[in-house]
Ligand binder design. Structure first.
Ligand code: SF4
Length: 309
């Protein structure tokens, strides 16, 4: 059996930066460092940082007065920042710059008098942070079918932003539905779906062209990992989300000649390596490993000033 690895896969620049922020903050103090929400959606990453002294909380009022509090890569609303300040916490912002860019778009549209439709998944922490940028002036839709029932204050004064980790193809359908119902809506110039999400989806499309099964290594809470499963499934290739090698059911690969493997943007590479090793062990001695051509995504985000060398 042949195992083909997608490229790019795994960590993106925003996840690299967020993890480095926590590591640097821990290295600079003997006190516990508090982190709001999972810094990135991966249990192994979170457990590793916890073992090094990070304390994960869901809200700022769970951290003691005066403590350092790191905001996760998914971003926070101004309401969370206000609670942090009120409690005398010392915030460090690990929000991915590409999420911050979407927040800035929301603020610009509000200054221009627009209400904003966000395309995203209800309950996702990034969506809560972005919707919280303009409470009372934003509407959330997830799929094209949500658009028909959307009640807005002024159909002629609308803008649109999206969650950064959506399916590119599905989002285009929702935007088309919005444009059909609200012709003057200002859609994102380039959609807000980030480079890492787009590149990983394109790579899974390439995998799906040759593999009979696509395995995505990622956490159930990871939006971009779930979208990768959907991309392969929509192309007619069975696909499963797995958190680690032990999740693989040997029956999935019985009789297959080619299995594709990719990973969401918050998945460490060692988990991918373990999955490949396990697949090869199950498939037997004649298994081979190939990789799609390596792509340099050329992205690197600066650390916050207080943590730079
Ligand atoms: S998936 Fe995209 S938006 Fe999210 S942290 Fe990575 S680069 Fe930033």
């Amino acid at each position: 059996m042949k195992v083909v690895l997608a490229n790019p896969r795994g960590f993106c620049a925003g996840v690299d930066r967020a993890i480095e922020i926590v590591q640097r903050a821990l290295a600079r103090t003997d006190e516990p460092v508090y982190v709001r929400h999972e810094i990135v959606h991966n249990r192994r990453v979170v457990d590793d940082l916890h073992a090094k002294g990070a304390v994960f909380v869901e809200e700022p009022d769970q951290a003691p007065t005066g403590a350092q509090l790191i905001y996760s890569a998914h971003g926070v609303s101004p309401a969370v920042r206000r609670v942090t300040e009120k409690r005398g916490l010392r915030p460090i912002d690990a929000t991915c710059p590409l999420v911050t860019k979407v927040h800035r778009e929301v603020h610009r549209m509000r200054r221009e008098g627009l209400d904003i439709v966000m395309i995203g998944h209800a309950g996702h922490v990034e969506v809560e942070g972005t919707m919280g940028q303009a409470p009372g002036a934003m509407y959330l839709v997830e799929k094209p079918g949500d658009v028909a029932g959307l009640e807005v204050r002024d159909a002629s004064r609308l803008g649109c932003v999206t969650q950064t980790t959506l399916s590119v193809d599905d989002t285009r359908e929702v935007m088309n539905a919005l444009k059909a119902r609200f012709p003057s809506i200002e859609l994102p110039r380039r959609d807000d779906i980030c480079y890492a999400t787009q590149n990983r989806q394109n790579a899974v499309k390439e995998l799906a062209a040759q593999a009979e099964l696509v395995l995505i290594v990622g956490a159930p809470a990871s939006s971009n990992s779930n979208r990768l499963v959907e991309v392969a499934t929509k192309l007619g290739v069975p696909s499963y989300l797995i958190t680690e090698a032990a999740d693989i059911d040997a029956a999935w690969i019985e009789g297959l000649d080619c299995v594709g493997v990719s990973a969401g943007a918050s998945t460490p590479e060692f988990l991918v390596a373990q999955v490949v090793e396990h697949l090869c062990a199950l498939a037997g001695d004649d298994s081979t490993i190939e990789s799609l051509p390596v792509i340099d995504e050329g992205m690197h985000f600066k650390l916050p000033p207080e943590l730079r060398d």
